[in-house]
Design a protein around this ligand. Sequence first.
Ligand SMILES: [Zn+2]
Length: 332
Amino acid sequence: MISSRISSNNSVFIVFTCCFTVFSCFIPTTLVHAQTVDPNEPWNWPDEYVFEQVNQVRAGRDLTPESWPGSARVAVLLSYDVDNETVQGLRTGEINIGPLSQGQYGARVALPRIVNLMNEENIPATFFFPAWSLKLAPEQADLIKNSGQHEIGVHGWIHEMNTTLDRPTEARLLRQAVEAIEQITGERPTGYRAPSWNHSPNTLEIVRELGFIYESSLMHDDRPYELLQDGEPTGIVELPVEWILDDAPLFNPLGSRYMNPRDVMQVWIDEFDRAWEEGTMFLLTMHPHVIGHRSRIIALEGLIDHIKTKNGVWFGTHAETALWVREQAGMN
Ligand SMILES: [Zn+2]
């Protein structure tokens, strides 16, 4: 059975083409059933359509290795999405001086504070940049690269909302983001994190075309795994994220979910402790313009102090982690 999908203004049509051979007269006959799928009535969707939607991008095999480098039992990945001005107005085009000033705090104050902490603690970290964050403050690249142990990944062009873009535009923006970051840093990023942690129907295909070895925006698991696209293995390692392992939602004093940084630290400590017991992976996402404030970086320092009381901990960048699990799983 062959199925194809055709989009129109208000509805989606699925056409099922079934081939039957009518043996009695030896003449092949093709029956075509056309059925309208109303996007507003998911309770009436045909099974095939539901499977097609869910299977676009799905979790494949678990890639948790037998052990991490140095025979460690848990991997700790600290990552920073260096959004700065891109999420303070640039991505939506709503330009206001006040929010933009909060973005510059990220490059001017927070990033140096964070990089100093990572270097003092000798912890390699991964910094995902929308290209425009780096174009506005290219000195961030040297600051990050000085220690030789951190990674720079790509986080879009201007933190664009990829789900609103057509395929050619989304592909063009990601390609030019990679090129701009490579031009400023001297190295081509090998890892991708989607702006706003979402994929359009085309994102994974574009990520594959550009040769990334890993992706870090999805939430199928809390261990590393291989992404499936339409049910087929892709060779792309997913290093999954989670909103409870993100500083931005919980530290917004203007939002409805504000938490005391020391309470947030306890959530992260509990997540780490269970990852250590399970022998898997702890991945935390932060944003310099959020975590880099004085009262908040205390939460990060407390977390690091706690992690360092445990044995069998390996700190790695996302790229190092992806390469390790690929090697252990025979994917290289
Ligand atoms: Zn972001």
